[in-house]
Design a protein around this ligand. Structure first.
Ligand SMILES: O=C(O)c1ccccc1NCC(=O)[C@H](O)[C@H](O)COP(=O)(O)O
Length: 294
């Protein structure tokens, strides 16, 4: 997928991301461009409210991060579960009307999730960094900040709110940024979950030495179609290198029943990231038992 980013520099193509001087009359071609263009303004406002220097001072005062990777390796379920606290999405609209992030997170923890993912985007997912903080105060499990990261500032912000891991989406970051952001995340003692959807993106990510956790998103974010074959096909193509480097694989999106779990497990996924099919249930704890058959 090709993403255009707004940037003061002249047009440069790094990886699959095109940085353009300006896009005066341009319309976003798909949801990822729309989100990423909006993030430019959002992050600028965040910086105005809290400059990076002060943010970094806050980061120094929070408790050290939990080990996200170790929690996945020692998961109660097989594959290990990252359960997502998600109120709404661009593809599904509102998924859970009476949304209580802490109650949902507690139910996920009781059900045996290894880690949680908390959506922090407000405009497109009705999430928030407040939700991440609230969940952090009540839950011991490692937390993934599910954001659209385009600047290091957002990584520090996630850490300040108690995140243990951060999502990096290969489609919206240049090769250089992917590498640099991964290093920052590691330097903060956190885990980077690097998300891909195509073989080209997977190859860009595998070129990064430090990578130890890759998410394969089964959802095409240009047209919202979902196919679990994405996990199967990408893993079939690069199984040897992934196994030889002990990289953990998370299959993300569109997982609804035990057949789906078995399919991605057989394909080689070590963990699954599940939002909608758990969050919409009246009893998410029971839903985990039923999904994993225990
Ligand atoms: O879900 C969307 O509509 C979406 C749109 C644009 C960017 C990202 C999007 N989803 C993020 C995710 O990857 C999912 O929240 C996550 O994998 C869980 O998926 P699901 O179990 O299908 O809710």
């Amino acid at each position: 997928m090709q993403i255009r980013r707004i940037n003061p520099n002249p047009q440069v193509n790094t990886g699959e991301v095109i940085y353009q001087a300006n896009l005066p009359d341009a319309k976003p071609r798909h949801i990822l461009e729309e989100i990423v263009w909006y993030k430019e303004t959002e992050v600028a406002k965040m910086r105005d409210r809290l400059p990076l220097l002060e943010l970094r001072q806050q980061v120094a005062t929070v408790a050290p991060p939990n080990n996200f990777l170790a929690a996945l390796k020692n998961g109660k379920t097989d594959p290990a579960l990252i359960a997502e606290v998600k109120k709404a999405s661009p593809s599904k609209g509102v998924i859970k009307e009476d949304f209580n992030p802490v109650a949902i997170a507690k139910a996920y923890q009781a059900g045996g999730a290894s880690c949680l993912s908390v959506l922090t985007d407000e405009k497109f997912f009705q999430g928030s960094f407040d939700n991440l903080s609230l969940v952090r105060q009540e839950i011991d499990l490692p937390l993934l900040c599910k954001e659209f990261i385009i600047y290091p500032y957002q990584i520090y912000f996630a850490r300040a709110k108690g995140a243990d891991a951060v999502l990096l989406i290969a489609a919206i970051l240049s090769n250089q940024d992917l590498k640099y952001f991964t290093k920052i995340i590691k330097a903060l003692g956190m885990t980077a979950l690097i998300e891909v959807h195509t073989l080209a993106e997977l190859d860009r990510v595998l070129a990064i030495e430090e990578v130890d956790l890759i998410g394969i998103n089964n959802r095409n974010l240009e047209n919202f179609t979902v196919s679990l074959q994405t996990t199967n096909e990408l893993l079939k193509s690069r199984k040897e290198v992934i196994n030889s480097r002990n990289i953990l694989i998370v299959s993300e999106s569109g997982l609804h029943n035990s057949e789906d779990l078995n399919f991605v497990k057989e394909a080689g996924a070590n963990a699954v990231l599940i939002g909608e099919s758990l969050v919409k249930q009246s009893d998410p704890e029971q839903a985990i038992y039923e999904l994993f058959g225990y």
